[in-house]
Design a protein around this ligand. Structure first.
Ligand code: TYM
Length: 330
């Protein structure tokens, strides 16, 4: 069976963007592929953090994965830092990756502009580690949101270059799998930017948000700012987009008809949307509460996932080391 790999950084609660852009398709892919879903804590380290916070975030993210429907019987759930082959392979791939390729990566440029005094080697080589994550398992399919496409392109370039330089063909060239209609969910407070932890908690709906909080955030979401120009404003478009996903067909159609007739009151759109999201996330919240109370189960899932991931990783590393003339560990 073909393999799937994807991951999320444990930098805080996951939000609707992470869910709709990535996790939703992770769940569907489990039937047809051998899936490895990672908590990528080494990537999380590239922005400033507290160790205690990281530990808590890893646990919360594991709960999120399970509550959302990742099935540890069928898929491997793992933490990146527990499988040392990730960084081992990243080193090797780093020796075939020109620095100029890394300086071109949009997320690197963005972060370097945001924090010019904090441009470290780990940030520059972020994409090399991500390439290692994927090819370590010879994954062919990588379900992600649109913002990750440049990283996938870089991964393919690194794979081609590695094969060319060592005269082997070890890795498949992985393809991104992007959900057409949910590849980019927008922020509630700055609807021209994507929903993201960096824009602050009010800009996003976390999957684990209590109902009152979801309602409050939706009711305060930006609709029109300044004079309305041609067509629907980005804020209203984002709310309709979410209603299409979470609401019933009838709710969407009737509110959309009111918008087209010019009679829509945004407060009605927001109330309906808040109810729809709260309703849809109810099973997630229930499963989450159960998992919170079962630390022994969480530990078992993680240990089992790490063990299975490591076995696959070691197979690939044996081939890679052979191709590169390096020494194996046993
Ligand atoms: P991260 O942690 O930023 O985001 C996790 C996933 O959520 C998607 N996403 C969104 N999709 C739609 N709309 C949004 N507003 C939105 N915000 C986030 C992201 O595209 C991503 O799929 N570099 C990766 C983590 C990573 C990884 C990997 C992914 C490390 N190694 C290997 C795949 C394969 C990242 O920072 O994702």
């Amino acid at each position: 069976r073909k393999r799937v790999f994807s991951g999320i950084r444990p930098t805080g609660p996951i939000h609707l963007g992470n869910y709709l852009g990535a996790i939703k398709s992770w769940i569907e892919l489990q039937d047809r592929y051998e899936c490895i879903y990672a908590i990528v804590d080494y990537h999380g380290m590239t922005t400033p953090y507290q160790p205690a916070e990281m530990r808590a975030n890893v646990r919360e993210l594991l709960i999120d994965y399970l509550a959302a429907g990742v099935d540890p019987e069928r898929s491997i759930l793992m933490v990146q830092s527990a499988v040392p082959e990730h960084t081992e392979l990243a080193w090797i791939l780093g020796t075939v990756t020109p620095v100029s390729w890394l300086e071109r990566v949009p997320t690197f440029k963005e972060k370097a502009e945001q924090h010019p005094d904090y441009v470290h080697l780990g940030l520059l080589s972020y994409g090399v580690l991500m390439a290692a994550d994927i090819v370590l398992y010879k994954a062919e399919v990588v379900p992600v949101g649109e913002d990750q496409l440049p990283h996938l392109e870089l991964t393919r370039e690194i794979v081609r270059r590695f094969h060319h330089l060592f005269g082997v063909k070890i890795f498949p060239e992985p393809q991104a799998l992007v959900q057409e209609d949910t590849a980019r969910i927008m922020s509630l407070t700055d609807p021209e930017k994507k929903m993201s932890k960096t824009l602050g908690p009010r800009s996003l709906i976390a999957l684990a948000d209590p109902p009152e909080e979801i309602r409050d955030k939706i009711m305060k979401a930006v609709t029109d700012t300044g004079p309305t120009g041609e067509g629907m404003s980005p804020g209203v478009a984002n709310l309709f987009h979410l209603l299409k996903i979470f609401g019933t067909d009838e709710e969407y159609r009737s509110l959309r008809a009111e918008y087209d007739a010019g009679t829509l009151r945004y407060v009605n759109l927001k109330r309906t949307l808040a109810d729809a999201i709260i309703r849809s996330l109810e099973p997630f919240r229930r499963r989450r509460a159960q998992l919170e109370n079962d630390p022994a189960y969480l530990e078992r899932v993680l240990r089992d996932g790490i063990r299975r991931a490591r076995a696959l990783a070691r197979e690939t590393m044996a081939e890679v080391k052979e191709a590169c003339g390096l020494v194996r560990d046993e």
